[in-house]
Design a protein around this ligand. Structure first.
Ligand code: ACO
Length: 425
């Protein structure tokens, strides 16, 4: 059987044989399909990239129909059970699990980059007291490129690895400072003798006048949340990272762009919206009215639905289990009962069943983080700390064979218009 597909153009009666590799045709092969010799040729139209592979990747495998997620071939469930965020980060970036010495060296390297330049602190001090931490994060990451001009050498693999460790190391510090800035609390310098997640909690929670010991349940839960969010193949923010990186921009600028993409409520901003929606509903008695509004199209049920999962998001399943452990420590919040009720109704309702709308990772992460006393506008920042690993792994992979991202368009505007002087319009 030939690995080709034959397309007959009914406009001309001509047939074309296109190669098929991995169930995919090359969009560029369509260009040979023309009505007249001078035509531009056929294109593929795919707004939102719903069915277009923009790269080859061996980082994350995702099967949305079956609800499967694997990092470098390792099931997310096994990693959640046995790995840590930094070990999974090594796996995502380097393509294999580290040995004990390699993990120690990797963790040490990342923790050695936690400090921020003092001028970066001054920059952050310039934001308004009520600045959204994501806005602060987007700007401060971008500004890092001015502190590390060596990052421009993006074609040097060793230099890329150095910047990767730097960014993974600095993300928690910028995130913690952005929150403390808003609280009016003094910044706490990193403590590299703690774990990656323990150090983040330390920078976030420590009161200067008191000793601080990270809560072990919180540390474990947050580390798992980081691990579960570390990569998700070609999502909106990763596509932004690859697109910006494809112009050979430095990784700080590209990471800042990826953070900006993550900020939106249809992507990483959803967990903040989940909480807002649940708080508005208030009690389980308000759930049926919310479901009705959603079914009438008046609002979306935040934390439900996903572009690629048409099944239960495997991360949401792990998160739900972890929520019980966190609530044993924090004492259950009424929001958890509300979330359970909402999930139950939604999973049985025809509207959601027909559209294959299941809880996504944001549904439970918002509730868990709320129970751990994180302010809701910090949720997306936590997501960004985690996802920086995936962004950088994907950027590094893309840089092995960079190609400037430059989509086409179907032009619908006017042509050859005559310019009218302003007084004659
Ligand atoms: N609530 C109610 N209806 C929904 C929802 C939802 N959360 N999500 C999708 N639908 C409906 C749509 O209205 C549409 O209905 P229709 O066929 O009657 O018009 C149908 O389901 C298909 O939805 P699409 O919008 O085509 O699906 P798409 O893949 O474009 O959207 C998205 C995915 C943006 C995530 C969407 O499900 C959504 O807005 N969810 C809420 C926000 C959210 O939780 N985002 C987090 C995603 S996970 C992440 O980024 C980490």
């Amino acid at each position: 059987m030939a690995d080709t597909i034959t397309i007959t153009d009914n406009r001309t009666g001509r047939s074309y044989e296109l190669e098929v590799t991995d169930d995919t045709i090359q969009s560029l092969a369509l260009r040979g399909i023309k009505v007249q010799d001078g035509d531009f040729g056929m294109m593929a139209y795919d707004p939102g990239f719903t069915n277009t592979a923009a790269c080859r990747s061996s980082i994350t495998y995702l099967d949305g129909e079956r609800g499967i997620l694997q990092y470098r071939g390792y099931p997310i469930e096994d990693l959640a059970e046995q790995s840590s965020h930094l070990e999974s980060a090594y796996l995502l970036v380097n393509g294999r699990l580290p040995g004990r010495d390699e993990l120690e060296e990797w963790s040490g390297e990342i923790m050695s980059h936690c400090m921020l330049h003092e001028n970066a602190k001054n920059l952050m001090a310039g934001f308004r007291a009520d600045a959204h931490p994501m806005g602060v994060l987007v700007s401060t990451i971008a500004a890092q490129s001015t502190f590390y001009p060596d990052a421009k050498r993006v074609n040097d693999p060793a230099n890329r690895m150095k910047q990767i460790c730097r960014i993974i190391g600095k993300m928690p510090t910028i995130a913690a400072y952005s929150l403390r800035h808003r609280m009016g609390w003094p910044y706490i310098y990193p403590n590299s003798s703690l774990s990656y997640t323990g150090n983040f909690l330390h920078m976030l929670m420590k009161k200067p006048e008191q000793p601080y010991e990270p809560n072990k349940v919180y540390e474990k839960a947050l580390d798992l949340i980081f691990l579960l969010h570390a990569d998700h193949e070609q999502n909106c923010s990763t596509t932004a990272m690859r697109t910006i990186g494809s112009s050979l921009a430095d990784p700080y600028s590209a990471t800042s762009g990826a953070c900006a993409a993550l900020y939106g409520p249809l992507h990483g901003g959803a967990n903040e919206k989940v909480l807002g929606q649940l708080q508005r509903v208030g009690t389980t008695a308000g759930v049926p009215a919310l479901i009705e509004r959603v079914k009438k199209g008046e609002e979306k049920l935040m934390g439900f639905g996903h572009r690629v999962y048409r099944n239960y998001d495997p991360r949401a399943r792990i998160m739900k289990k972890m929520a019980e452990e966190v609530f044993a420590e924090t004492k259950a919040t009424p929001l958890m009962d509300l979330a359970r009720e909402l999930e139950q109704i939604a999973l049985e309702d025809d509207y959601f069943v027909e559209r294959k709308l299941y809880p996504n990772v944001d549904f439970y992460s918002g509730i868990i983080l709320h129970a751990m006393n994180f302010p809701s506008d910090e949720f997306t920042v936590l997501f960004a700390i985690a996802r920086s690993v995936g962004w950088l792994a994907q950027w590094n992979e893309m840089m092995l064979d960079p190609k400037l991202a430059r989509p086409r368009q179907i032009y619908e505007g006017g042509r050859d218009c005559k310019y009218e002087p302003i007084d004659e319009r």
